[in-house]
Design a protein around this ligand. Structure first.
Ligand code: UN1
Length: 512
């Protein structure tokens, strides 16, 4: 970048084994709304720091896993109080470095808070099962055990809530963690770790490793002493992590990756509801949620009024300063994101789309200083050879795709490599049931946008969107293993399945 101004003085530090550490090469945290503004400097951790952080987590695991689950849970109650105390500051930091509008940044802090409250609330809930045996004198138990050291590698688009979806269940279950926040949003990650420290989590239970994905993130993913990788990000990186896990002798992962989510507007849809659901799904967060809709499938009978009104309303959306209450959404995160959206905007035209709203870079006044873009909306028939209606764009880029009946809508919806989120707009209970059962997704909605999940649900997808290990409430399955434990209460041994238990000197019994 040519000229830069150092506006703020955020100073990044790693947090390893309860100590804040700096040193070595630094990277800059830039403001996406004013791309010449450096918000802070952070250490560029890699192999050496990853080793230290993993070693600290491994050391802390021994005592942490033996600490009462209830005591571990109580620390989350304290953490919740601290997040409530700092909510406004956290929202401001989040909006500044991610470009998310303040109201949404606040909603994300609240989403993180909800996860922490949920984790506290579940601490006293039963976690195992007592199971009957075919032998009367035996008791069987299913008990969850922590897996060990969890690497938490998270994206910039949800830099507060998503880390908590992963850190919360991991720590409650007795794992320890190394958290690598996105290099685009290191400050909010660091603030979160400071609150974990203040809440009293013991040294080494939560470690913070700053750095670039291909350096610090990769070092963690390859580390032989990491047991689980919790990752949210692109399909390519998720695939790399899955490969590393397949080659390792014990590592597992929970990956949440890309999407080409959609809103489906049925023949009987209420137009107002369909329009609002589409605008929110496609353009909130500037289209940068993993669940953002890149497609709206519209019954041909509604196509003309829907498209006309959608475009009229999209023109009125303000993409501007994250701190201006009139802004609907802010900038894209960086130049690479702008380039990607521009590439797909152009490709849509090459693929014969009928452009209804041109989109492109917004450059008037102060917008020229940030990564601001306007929404693009186009009409496109579904077809096997069209990339823009199948590939993830991660920006304000929306295809309107007509359909003639429910069966066709379902087959269009499913005809992408992804399966994350789906919203169907209909008044007909038979119809939404059909979409519920036939569409491939992780999160389904009726008469709502396809964004806005709550934390006490599983969050994940199918096909290229996930590896069947959802996050948030469902992460517990990825960060624990279920052990079977059997106790005999009689003096002799009776085997199950009718097997003889006779050994020299003992007749044994085989009367089960
Ligand atoms: C994401 O899409 O990157 O469901 C996370 C939602 C939010 C989380 C989104 N609760 O829209």
């Amino acid at each position: 970048m040519a000229e830069t101004t150092l506006l703020a003085t955020w100073q990044g530090e790693h947090f390893i084994d309860g100590r804040w550490l700096c040193g070595g090469e630094l990277f800059e945290n830039m403001n996406p709304a004013r791309y010449r503004e450096v918000l802070g400097l952070y250490p560029r951790g890699a192999g050496r720091e990853a080793d230290a952080a993993v070693a600290a987590a491994r050391k802390a695991f021994a005592a942490w896993r033996r600490t009462s689950r209830l005591k571990r849970g109580e620390l989350f109650l304290r953490l919740a109080g601290l997040i409530q105390r700092d909510c406004d500051t956290l929202a401001t930091v989040l909006a500044r470095e991610s470009g998310k509008v303040l109201n949404e940044a606040r909603a994300e802090v609240i989403e993180g808070l909800h996860m922490v409250e949920y984790v506290f609330g579940t601490a006293r809930q039963p976690t195992g099962q007592v199971v009957e045996s075919e032998i009367e004198a035996k008791d069987l138990y299913v008990r969850r055990k922590p897996r060990g050291v969890v690497a938490v590698i998270t994206p910039w688009n949800f830099p507060f809530a998503v880390p908590l979806w992963m850190l919360g269940p991991s720590l409650l279950e007795g794992n320890t963690a190394v958290f690598k926040p996105s290099e685009e949003t290191p400050e909010i990650g660091q603030r979160l770790v400071r609150l974990f420290e203040e809440a009293g989590f013991p040294p080494g239970t939560v470690n913070l490793l700053h750095g670039l994905g291909e350096e610090a993130g990769d070092a963690l993913a390859r580390h032989p002493d990491v047991d689980v990788i919790c990752f949210t990000g692109s399909f390519e990186v998720g695939q790399h992590i899955r490969r590393l896990c397949a080659e390792s002798d014990r590592k597992t992962c929970a990956c949440e990756m890309g999407s080409k989510s959609a809103v489906i507007v049925c023949e009987d849809a209420r137009l107002e509801l369909a329009l609002s659901a589409t605008l929110l799904s496609a353009f909130k967060t500037t289209g940068q949620r993993c669940v953002s809709a890149g497609r709206v499938l519209v019954h041909r009978r509604l196509l003309e009024p829907f498209a006309r009104e959608l475009v009229a309303r999209a023109r009125q959306l303000k993409f501007g300063d994250p701190f201006d209450p009139a802004s609907f959404a802010g900038p894209l995160i960086n130049q690479a994101a702008v380039d990607k959206v521009q590439f797909y905007n152009k490709l849509a035209v090459q693929e014969g789309a009928q452009v209804l709203l041109a989109g492109g870079r917004a450059e008037e006044g102060e917008l020229a200083e940030g990564y601001f873009m306007r929404p693009m909306i186009y009409l496109q028939e579904h077809g096997a050879d069209k990339r823009t209606i199948r590939e993830e764009v991660f920006g304000p880029h929306l295809a309107i795709i007509p359909f003639d009946d429910d069966a066709q809508a379902i087959s269009i919806y499913n005809d992408t490599p992804y399966g994350l989120s789906m919203a169907v707009i209909t008044e007909d209970y038979r119809r939404w049931r059909l979409y519920r059962d036939e569409c491939e997704y992780g999160m389904g909605y009726v008469n709502l946008p396809c964004i806005g999940a709550e934390v006490h649900l599983p969050f994940g997808g199918v096909k290229r969107s996930g590896n069947g290990q959802p996050s948030a409430a469902a992460l517990v399955d990825s960060v624990t293993h279920r052990t079977a434990f059997t106790v005999n209460h009689e003096l002799g041994i009776t085997m199950a399945q009718g097997m003889s238990a006779a050994t020299p000197g003992h007749a044994g019994r085989r009367d089960a």
